[in-house]
Design a protein around this ligand. Structure first.
Ligand SMILES: Cc1cc2nc3c(=O)[nH]c(=O)nc-3n(C[C@H](O)[C@H](O)[C@H](O)COP(=O)(O)OP(=O)(O)OC[C@H]3O[C@@H](n4cnc5c(N)ncnc54)[C@H](O)[C@@H]3O)c2cc1C
Ligand code: FES
Ligand code: FES
Length: 505
């Protein structure tokens, strides 16, 4: 409610003032305004090369190692502040508009270390120290969480921080010793002043830094976005830039026209209705996660393992769909549910079944000037069962080799209809039409009646061999995942999850 009120106030200002020509954010207790920077500049480049903040390290430059982790504080609808760990190496500088940027240099007060830093010393959590600033910033974000950290919670918070020499036990001990859900540092004590400083930046105006040849723009409304995208249809749209950031750091692309969706009012709305969940395209993966988990626990586990906390804090649901990746996680999971994608261009809206959005490798059904505005997933009915499984080389922070998702509509112990979708098995996320037909009439209590569907997968997919998996492995895993889903839905007693297997040892 308060957020809406702020936005309404912003809109009024907006009409009077026109676009703002400088990026504004808080850094080291003051407001920074930048009216000139290359649109492709990353936050890490700015920190290290312009601000001299060399405590933030660069390791991989692609969002994997967490050495560059910094924390963004953002004003929340309740007047509080969020603490979002992000990878500065792939976050574009323009994306910090309206936030407070906190780096490892900010934490200590003179010679007095921050509690998480002191705990890292006390528990011997650092050896060579290269990963330590990033780990400290991930723990700093965890320290500001409102619940006491659990062992699993600490592991999840550190999944995006690689330490090669210390080993994680002392780091986890440091986290458990300090992150008790009662933040009592000077940042917590100064919440009101810091929130007021951020509120003063929240002008609700469009942002446009640069000129017609090279710009970083952040429209504040869908109307502004439509107008801007119509004017610059070749501009790169970015949600969280967890993909696009790598185009810059790894493919060295000199992106000159960038439209960031992160300030478009309403495009991050999540509506949890009784029949369906509607997620606005720019909602972050982190915010969407509990809503997806409420649809089905397998989606909760999928989101827990999606990238890392840093990737989920910046990456968006819309970006995960729009990138058209054949190994993206949400597409197959949502296709099996029966989700639809909503696309907008100007005032026109188009809605299509999510599977129809993916036309061919690298090609989606999205016209010039059109953008993904939302994805809508139906809730499961009482007679529907759902399963989603991600298979990757590592449990944490790894892209799927194969991702399988299944929805069965049941009539008693018989399957009346099925939706089966996989990632990693074709050039796009794709339904298994032959297996779906073969499942109709199959009986949960008769494994022989599943065979035709398991065999049909061979006609549905011709997977490839690449660095993640061989074609043969993918084909075998795909069939095993369908079988596992059927065994679980049938109510088999044999453990099918790693956790259950470990518990049984
Ligand atoms: C370390 C790491 C781990 C990762 N792990 C996973 C993982 O476990 N599972 C997984 O699926 N992915 C993973 N990813 C990939 C990526 O994080 C996700 O796909 C993420 O959801 C992309 O969202 P984004 O907002 O950052 O996209 P961006 O990088 O901003 O954009 C991606 C593409 O989508 C376009 N785009 C973005 N939003 C829109 C929109 N609303 N309308 C039209 N076009 C749009 C952009 O122009 C671009 O082409 C990982 C990435 C990294 C770096
Ligand atoms: S440098 Fe490795 S995640 Fe940024
Ligand atoms: S302390 Fe050396 S990499 Fe972690």
């Amino acid at each position: 409610m308060q957020e809406r009120a702020i936005e309404a106030g912003m809109a009024a200002n907006d009409q009077e003032a026109g676009p703002r020509g400088s990026l504004t954010f808080r850094f080291r207790g003051r407001t920074v305004a930048l009216d000139r920077f290359a649109p492709r500049t990353t936050l890490l480049d700015w920190l290290r090369e312009e601000a001299g903040a060399k405590g933030t390290k660069e390791g991989c430059g692609e969002g994997d190692c967490g050495a560059c982790t910094v924390v963004l504080s953002r004003l929340q609808p309740d007047g509080g502040l969020s603490y979002e760990p992000v990878n500065a190496c792939i976050l574009l500088l323009g994306q910090v508009d309206g936030t407070e940027v906190l780096t490892v240099e900010d934490l200590a007060e003179g010679q007095r270390l921050h509690p998480v830093q002191q705990a890292m010393v006390d528990h011997h959590g650092s050896q060579c120290g290269f990963c330590t600033p990033g780990i400290v910033m991930s723990l700093f974000a965890l320290y500001h969480q409102r619940e006491p950290a659990t062992y699993q919670g600490v592991c999840d918070a550190l999944a995006g921080n690689l330490c090669r020499c210390t080993g994680y036990r002392p780091i986890i001990d440091a986290a458990l010793a300090t992150c008790d859900g009662r933040p009592a540092d000077r940042f917590a004590a100064a919440t009101a002043e810091r929130a007021a400083a951020l509120a003063a930046l929240a002008d609700g105006r469009d942002l446009f830094v640069g000129d017609d040849h090279a710009f970083f723009a952040a429209p504040a409304s869908e109307a502004s976005l439509a107008a801007l995208y119509a004017r610059f249809p070749r501009a790169a749209l970015i949600g969280g830039a967890t993909d696009v950031g790598l185009w810059i750091t790894k493919r060295l692309r000199d992106l000159r026209e960038i439209i960031w969706l992160g300030r478009v009012a309403g495009l991050d709305a999540i509506e949890a209705g009784t029949d369906a969940l509607r997620i606005g395209a720019r909602a972050t993966l982190q915010r969407a996660a509990p809503h997806l988990a409420a649809l089905h626990p397998d989606l909760g586990e999928l989101m827990r393992r999606f990238g890392s906390r840093q990737v989920r804090e910046s990456g968006t649901v819309g970006g995960n769909i729009a990138n058209g990746s054949p190994i993206g996680d949400l597409a197959p999971a949502l296709i099996a549910l029966g989700a639809r994608v909503e696309l907008k261009r100007g005032g026109a809206t188009r809605v299509l079944p999510l599977e129809d959005f993916f036309v061919a490798y690298g090609k989606q059904d999205r016209g010039a000037g059109e953008y993904v505005s939302a994805v809508v997933a139906p809730r499961l009915a009482a007679d529907e069962a759902y399963r989603a499984f991600k298979v990757a080389k590592r449990i944490d922070e790894d892209i799927s080799a194969v991702m399988g998702a299944f929805r069965f509509t049941l009539e008693g112990r018989q399957i009346a209809a099925a939706r089966v979708a996989y990632g990693g098995m074709a050039a796009t996320p794709k339904r298994a039409a032959n297996a779906e037909s073969a499942l109709v009439g199959a009986r949960l209590d008769d494994q022989a009646s599943w065979t035709a569907a398991l065999d049909a997968l061979k006609r549905d997919y011709a997977p490839i061999t690449d660095m993640r998996a061989t074609a043969a492995y993918r084909a075998e895993v795909a069939a095993n995942l369908l079988k596992k889903a059927l065994i679980e839905v049938a109510g088999g007693a044999a453990p099918t999850r790693i956790g259950d297997v470990l518990a049984a040892l």
